[in-house]
Design a binder for this molecule. Structure first.
Ligand code: NZQ
Ligand code: ZN
Length: 390
């Protein structure tokens, strides 16, 4: 294992009755807030009314930007930044899923730049150390944005979807009430659940140096939690225990607790971000299609033992197989989870995607050099993996 520093300053209020602390968290930061939300789910589940009521009762002046798209656009971020500059906003409040939180983080960053344009920062790979403070109110267990230092922003004009990172992007506080996710449709629950699962698998578990036993066991526990509770939440959307387990798993998967001493890989994420950049698909669904193919592609004598261990620990497959047989069983178990248990369609063809753009997508995914992980991938490897997904 490698040396590591753990520092996550996000204060998490988890549970049913925590929104009462929202005003104190806002007022620590100022009196003028921009509320960022998406297509209206927070109006249907009552969260919008609760936030506006709290603001009204506590002398907080609330401005709004709504309509944040799944796969949030840089143009929407820039509109929010313009409001922040014009109104001298003190704090940006995101209420929604990862797209809304990411958009809020982008707004908070662009608001403090001279030209108010987030894309120049995103495309320039700037590490953000200065941004307005962000408070996240989470409604979808998925991305980990509520506790992490990242915002993924899309530019549909150039077919690019890129992560903006920086210590200043970690929310100052996050409110996680599993009840806010009761209204999530089954498809979105499945996609979010697989996103959580893949953050562990992709970023840490198969990154090549996950040799710190405590962390490895914790990573497997988070993946098992998703396997156990995602189907329950899909069948019983108001099951508080299922929603709680998924919500905390979402935060744990990317708040850096699980990457202590490991090395990041992100193979499937880099491949999926190209898919959603070109075809605007749902991130977790793209990951579910890519991940079993990626494992199949990288399977050989050197990778089989790690893949087999994953199958035993996460899916409970038999322990008396050869490494190669075990690894194949592990990949089958993962495919069954994605396509039977979560019910996600299994090919890119199902999503009306053909091979037209695979070459450019593969080249873009590898623009920073071969993708690292359990096995390094060149653009030609990535193109082959995309073809396996058809
Ligand atoms: O827009 P609204 O009306 O809120 O509806 C959303 C949206 O249509 C809906 N939804 C969210 N909570 C709901 C709800 N509907 C009913 N009830 C609720 N409680 O779900 C739809 C999808 O929302 P979205 O925010 O797009 O989903 P998710 O949380 O999966 O976020 C996906 C985005 O995050 C990025 C993805 O690439 C994608 O752009 N990611 C961000 C990461 C990060 N910041 O660290 C890491 C991830 O790997 C990921 O890349
Ligand atoms: Zn993800």
């Amino acid at each position: 294992m490698n040396d590591f520093i753990f520092h996550n300053p996000d204060k998490v209020y988890f549970g049913k009755n925590q929104l009462q602390h929202l005003s104190e968290e806002i007022l620590k930061l100022g009196k003028k807030a921009l509320l960022v939300y998406g297509g209206g789910s927070i109006k249907k589940n009552g969260l919008y009314d609760s936030i506006t009521e709290i603001a009204k009762n506590n002398g907080i002046e609330l401005f709004e930007i709504s309509g944040v798209e799944p796969n949030p656009r840089h143009s929407t971020v820039n509109k929010g930044a313009t409001i922040c500059k014009k109104e001298n906003i003190d704090v940006v409040i995101a209420a929604g899923g990862g797209s809304t939180i990411d958009c809020a983080k982008g707004i908070a960053t662009a608001a403090l730049t001279e030209n108010g344009d987030v894309w120049s920062l995103v495309s320039g790979g700037v590490w953000v150390t200065k941004a307005l403070p962000v408070i996240a109110i989470l409604t979808n267990a998925a991305t980990g944005s509520e506790m992490d230092a990242w915002a993924v922003i899309s530019n549909m004009d150039t077919n690019e979807k890129i992560g903006l990172g920086g210590s200043a992007l970690i929310p100052k506080a996050a409110f996680e009430n599993p009840e806010y996710s009761f209204t999530l449709p089954s498809y979105q629950t499945a996609c979010g659940a697989f996103d959580i699962f893949n953050h562990v698998l992709d970023n840490y578990y198969f990154a090549g140096e996950a040799t710190f036993d405590l962390v490895l066991e914790m990573q497997e526990a988070v993946m098992r939690t998703v396997v156990k509770w995602a189907p329950v939440a899909m069948k019983e959307p108001k099951n508080y225990e299922a929603r709680s387990n998924l919500m905390w798993a979402s935060s744990m998967a990317l708040n850096t607790v699980l990457d202590a001493g490991t090395v990041h890989g992100c193979a499937c994420h880099l491949m999926e971000h190209e898919l959603s950049a070109y075809y605007d698909i749902t991130h977790g669904h793209g990951l579910a299609i890519v991940t079993p193919r990626w494992l199949t592609y990288i399977l050989d004598e050197s990778t089989a033992p790690a893949i087999y261990r994953f199958g035993v620990k996460v899916f409970g497959i038999k322990e008396n197989l050869s490494a190669m047989e075990g690894a194949k069983e592990a990949i089958n178990a993962l495919s069954d989870f994605c396509f039977k248990t979560l019910g996600l369609s299994s090919t890119l063809t199902d999503l009306n995607i053909d091979e037209t753009n695979f070459k450019s997508m593969a080249e873009h995914a590898c623009a920073g050099g071969p993708i690292s992980g359990l096995k390094n991938l060149t653009s030609s490897d990535v193109e082959k993996i995309y073809k396996m997904c058809l």
